[in-house]
Design a binder for this molecule. Structure first.
Ligand code: ACK
Length: 275
């Protein structure tokens, strides 16, 4: 069981009275997120509402306190005392990539811009996978967990509530099934290649601007279809180099998927061709 005593990482304990909260934003994989202000900074405040969410809260606090990268949301600190348990993070004014792709259809973006998003996501994940002594696996990479700042140009990964925590049953993570690698819901035997699979789904999503597996009714149907080998349909006109790479990321056999480092290398080259 995670608790304050087992936290074992350094973070800034924030005085709850110093936080001013403005607006409710939305629900995350766990907890409710509010916009607020702390010491003059625009912040996002993630509150837990149930005892069960406390575990995910401490996982996220522990993992976010260990990381520092331009493509990962910055944690300012946390309040860990009941009843006001919350994380205080930098506020990403552009909201999630999911919203931009699927709920703000009037906002257009170019091919190069889409590649830049997935490139930035890959750089953040490569950083996690390169952590010592053990790679950190995000496990819940999906467009709702990619936040945008700087008018949509800068992307940051958030939601570390299930990162590397193998005791969490991911089949309960219903909103994530469409991005989830088959080995994550079928076994407890997975590696950082599960993030590569999810990254491949995000690549398809930004290029097609469709929600993955939107024709399936529920999470279990998605998992069953993916388990049987079903994948999003190929995108007409997609450059061959990207299509074959995307298919490799979705391979049912994790060892056949590229590493995040290989993804970063290829995307770096592609981004320079399609600025
Ligand atoms: O799509 P959104 O507007 O962006 O709705 C979700 C919701 O809270 C639950 O995750 C938003 N959100 C989460 N973290 C942040 C943050 N640091 N800055 C801005 N919005 C955030 C997310």
């Amino acid at each position: 069981m995670e608790n304050d005593n087992e936290l074992n990482s350094t973070f800034n304990e924030i005085d709850y009275d110093e936080i001013k909260q403005y607006a409710y934003l939305d629900e995350g994989s766990f907890g409710k997120v509010y916009q607020g202000n702390w010491k003059g900074l625009n912040v996002a405040v993630k509150h837990i509402s149930t005892k069960e969410e406390k575990k995910a809260f401490f996982v996220e606090l522990r993992q976010l306190s260990r990381v520092s990268h331009e493509n990962i949301i910055t944690l300012y600190g946390a309040c860990t005392k009941d009843p006001n348990i919350c994380l205080v993070m930098e506020y990403a004014e552009g909201g999630s990539l999911f919203k931009v792709l699927h709920k703000k259809k009037n906002i257009d973006y170019e091919f190069g811009h889409a590649l830049s998003w997935v490139y930035q996501c890959a750089k953040g994940v490569d950083y996690l996978h390169s952590m010592k002594p053990k790679p950190l696996i995000h496990r819940d990479l999906k467009s709702p967990n990619l936040l945008l700042i700087d008018e949509g140009r800068h992307l940051k990964i958030c939601d570390f509530g299930t990162a590397a925590d193998k005791s969490t049953n991911m089949t309960n993570n219903k909103g994530s099934a469409a991005w989830m690698a088959p080995e994550v819901f079928a076994t407890s035997n997975y590696t950082e290649k599960c993030d590569v699979y999810s990254w491949g789904i995000i690549l398809w999503e930004v290029l097609s601007r469709e929600k993955p597996f939107s024709n399936e009714d529920n999470a279990f149907q998605i998992m069953w279809a993916v388990h049987k080998g079903s994948r999003p349909k190929l995108i007409e006109g997609c450059p061959q180099i990207i299509e074959s790479f995307m298919l490799k990321c979705w391979d049912g056999e994790p060892s056949k998927r590229p590493t995040m480092k290989e993804i970063v290398e290829l995307m770096g080259k592609l981004v320079s061709v399609f600025p």
